[in-house]
Design a protein around this ligand. Structure first.
Ligand code: PFF
Length: 455
């Protein structure tokens, strides 16, 4: 009685497709375009893919299942979840608090890159940033990022856009939007992929992505793969706790998580197939990061037949991908303010957006006004990226595993993941328990310590 009541008053995802679209929408993002394919190509191709897959199965996926499971049980935001599930010890709530901090730090740089992507949708449509000469595209990009006004303007526009969808609510805002956007994303990806595969450099591009080279796999590559697994699946910071709290009771959590992981990997590989054949065809060097997206891509795509259309499509793809991801990150603090403090969604979103615009501007200005301001040798933009992917998310993931496996208890986990005994997935649950109790914590700890150069 109590459960169904709380669900009734809570805005939740209304259908299985909605759950999948929103969750996949969170996982799929700029990471699939700007991080994954180039990292794979530069760090050993298929060798990196294998390491990424193992990292995901051993760490990212169990953390994702744990988060969704805890959120669905507590029906609460990322902070309150720990209080609801384990009222004896409030310190576990720190996981959620660190999650909210990570949400702001990720959004600070993510909304900036998304701002550039949105800007490029318009600029490529008018032809302003198109040229087959990378010197010209590079100058165009530099003039955008070195201009403090433009940087902050596009970032704020993106924050307003995402905030607007968030205010509409969980089912009418997030679910409805991602349900529409996800199919379009796949369609665009297929179109660009097919175009790219029919170019002369297709074989070279594919061999860059897929030829295994184990000699490139070093300790830091493994660390990168694990950080990427967390970033890609949006785990370790409460996003999936928050989304799990909107899942219906009949959702098969482990199955949904596995599907999302596989679909997300497919998108990353398709993105690589869309990008690298074209890059090699026109004699460019594969790179990671913003340079690939904003300098190489416009130069490469504008050389192929109907290139102008494909550049615009490419940036629309980026805009769609980043929207689903940003919605899920922004929902973390909004859900907390809305549920815990009882603020309206409008007020919660307005406060979150304002705070975000303030923190985000330090990332937005790190190529102009704040370019000389560095901590640990990094600009604010790089620092936020580094801190979240390599430290906060894995740390959050570690404590989530410990909480799910050791504190909350095996009985609770079994009943939560079998939907109170109605699902026949006992083996899956046993495997999950083994992972969160032993495997994931051990691997995350070793890699974190290595990353911090402590071992
Ligand atoms: N998964 C997103 C991407 O690959 O771009 C990024 C992301 C979304 C990270 C949501 C964290 C998060 F909570």
């Amino acid at each position: 009685m109590k459960k169904s009541e709380s669900v009734k008053h809570r805005d939740v995802f209304t259908s299985g497709f909605g759950v999948l679209a929103a969750t996949l929408g969170s996982a799929v993002g700029l990471g699939n375009i700007w991080k994954f394919p180039a990292l794979a190509g530069l760090n050993g191709g298929a060798a990196f893919l294998i390491i990424y897959l193992v990292s995901t199965l051993m760490t990212g996926l169990p953390v994702m299942i744990a988060e969704l499971m805890l959120g669905r049980r507590s029906r609460s935001d990322a902070l309150t979840t720990f209080r609801v599930l384990h009222p004896q010890r409030e310190t576990w709530g720190l996981i959620g608090a660190v999650g909210v901090l990570s949400a702001f730090l990720i959004l600070a740089f993510y909304t900036e890159v998304a701002g550039w992507v949105f800007a490029y949708v318009f600029k490529s449509a008018t032809g302003a940033v198109l040229s087959s000469d990378p010197k010209v595209t590079s100058a165009a990009f530099q003039s955008l990022i070195a201009d403090p006004f433009q940087s902050v303007f596009w970032q704020c526009l993106v924050i307003l856009f995402v905030g607007f969808i968030i205010v509409l609510g969980v089912s009418k805002g997030i679910e409805k939007t991602t349900k529409r956007l996800m199919p379009v994303l796949f369609l665009i990806l297929l179109m660009i992929g097919i175009r790219s595969l029919t170019l002369s450099g297709a074989t070279q591009g594919l061999s860059f992505l897929f030829t295994p080279d184990f000699s490139k796999v070093t300790g830091s590559v493994v660390l990168t793969a694990m950080g990427l697994a967390f970033f890609k699946l949006s785990v370790g910071m409460g996003t999936m706790i928050t989304y799990g709290s909107y899942f219906t009771h009949d959702q098969n959590v482990p199955m949904t998580a596995l599907r999302v992981m596989l679909a997300d990997l497919t998108v990353s590989i398709l993105a690589g197939i869309a990008i690298f054949p074209a890059v090699f065809t026109y004699g460019f060097k594969p790179e990671a990061g913003p340079a690939l997206l904003f300098i190489t891509i416009p130069a490469v795509f504008s050389q192929m037949p109907f290139g102008n259309v494909f550049v615009v499509l490419f940036f629309v793809l980026g805009a769609i991908a980043s929207t689903g991801a940003m919605l899920s990150i922004m929902e973390v603090p909004v859900a907390y303010l809305h549920h815990r403090l009882g603020w309206s969604r409008l007020k919660s979103t307005a406060v979150t957006a304002t705070l975000l615009a303030l923190i985000g501007s330090t990332a937005a200005l790190s190529n102009s006004t704040l370019a000389g301001f560095k901590i640990l040798g990094m600009t604010m933009f790089d620092l936020y990226d580094f801190l979240t992917s390599n430290l906060l998310m894995p740390l959050g993931g570690l404590f989530l595993c410990l909480f799910a496996g050791w504190v909350w208890g095996e009985k609770q986990v079994r009943s939560a993941l079998t939907n109170d005994g109605t699902l026949a997935n006992r083996r899956v649950v046993s495997f999950f328990l083994f992972q969160v109790k032993y495997v994931a914590p051990a691997i995350i700890t070793i890699i974190l310590l290595r990353g911090l150069k402590l071992i």
